[in-house]
Ligand binder design. Structure first.
Ligand code: NAD
Length: 284
């Protein structure tokens, strides 16, 4: 088993920046890659702010914060970074062709031993593995939002994924302070399938005028003991990401997952949730 020292995270959005943070905190030398310099700058601010908050709350020491920030760098050069990584974690948008492109480019330059993990919420790891010449080294490593606070990583193996790859991913996740579950391959795994269904139902209710958004969220939180309402969670996840997940589940699992027209409309209007300061709710 090779030892993971260098981690590359591809995509500096909501998830990628969080994954890079916990990876650097675990002591891995971590490079965050994106096509957008603005996203990388935002991610750097996120590292600083999250680490400062961690120190203020007594969750990490000042020394650990300094170490963590030293462990992270950013880049726009996927080829170069893939050339020296032991574990690559892909977190680009939930679009099959985009993931295919990233995997193909990285596969050409990454060393033979490099493991390719994908943070996809829905797409088959067997299919993602088929984009590379190393399907035994490809699996899903599904983190949750916000990554530094959510304790789970769902590991999903594809048809060709080796036991060694699963062990190495589990070990890396545990070093990042996460609990793991191993799930068999099926669209949406366990968590995304349930979450997409509940979130979509809440959108249909809103569209049908069953209740106002804040009352739907309050009912689910206080009546069903969920930590967050499904509509606030949609804003946190990103409504575009939620829509992409639903489209995939609709295609693969059927009618039950047809995206609510109101969700499609909000995405068309650019109301993507917290990341654009407006989704179901408005943010400062
Ligand atoms: N948002 C969530 O709550 C959540 C939770 C679990 C899993 N996921 C999954 O994680 C993945 C990323 O989701 P997100 O919400 O972070 O998306 P996002 O839209 O917030 O961020 C995606 C980032 O990828 C970058 N990107 C696009 N093309 C790229 C390329 N070719 N190379 C490098 N970077 C590129 C974008 O510039 C952007 O910064 C998706 O597969 C999603 O399904 C999301």
């Amino acid at each position: 088993m090779s030892e993971v020292k260098n981690v590359a995270v591809i995509g500096a959005g909501v998830m990628g920046r969080g994954i890079a943070y916990v990876s650097a905190l675990a002591g891995f030398s971590t490079t965050l890659v994106d096509v957008s310099n603005t996203q990388l700058e935002d991610a750097e601010n996120f590292f600083e702010k999250t680490a400062n908050k961690g120190v203020d709350l007594g969750k990490i020491t000042l020394e650990r914060k300094i170490e963590l920030l030293k462990n992270i760098s950013t880049s726009t050069n996927l080829e170069e970074v893939s050339g020296y990584t032991d574990l690559l974690i892909e977190a680009v948008p939930e679009k099959r062709d985009l993931k295919k492109k990233v995997m193909e480019i990285a596969d050409q330059v990454a060393p033979k031993h490099t493991i390719f993990a994908t943070n996809t919420s829905t797409i088959s790891p067997t299919e993602i593995g088929s984009f590379t010449n190393r399907p035994s080294k490809v699996a899903v490593m599904h983190f949750f939002n916000p990554v530094h606070r959510m304790p789970l990583v769902e590991i999903v193996r594809g048809l060709e994924t080796s036991d060694e790859t699963v062990s190495e991913i589990r070990e890396a996740a545990e070093k990042m302070g996460k609990e793991t579950v191993e799930v068999n391959e099926f669209p949406g795994f366990v968590t995304s399938r349930i979450s997409a269904l509940i979130g979509n139902e809440a959108f249909y209710m809103l569209q049908e005028g069953v209740a106002e958004a804040k009352d739907i969220d309050k009912a689910i939180k206080l009546g069903l003991n969920f930590p967050m309402g499904p509509l606030e969670l949609g804003d946190l996840v990103g409504l575009d990401t939620r829509l992409n997940n639903l489209k995939y589940l609709h295609r693969t699992l059927g009618e039950k997952y047809r995206p609510a027209p109101l969700l499609e409309q909000m995405v068309q209007a650019g109301r993507l949730g917290r990341k654009t300061n407006q989704g179901i709710y408005k943010y400062d």
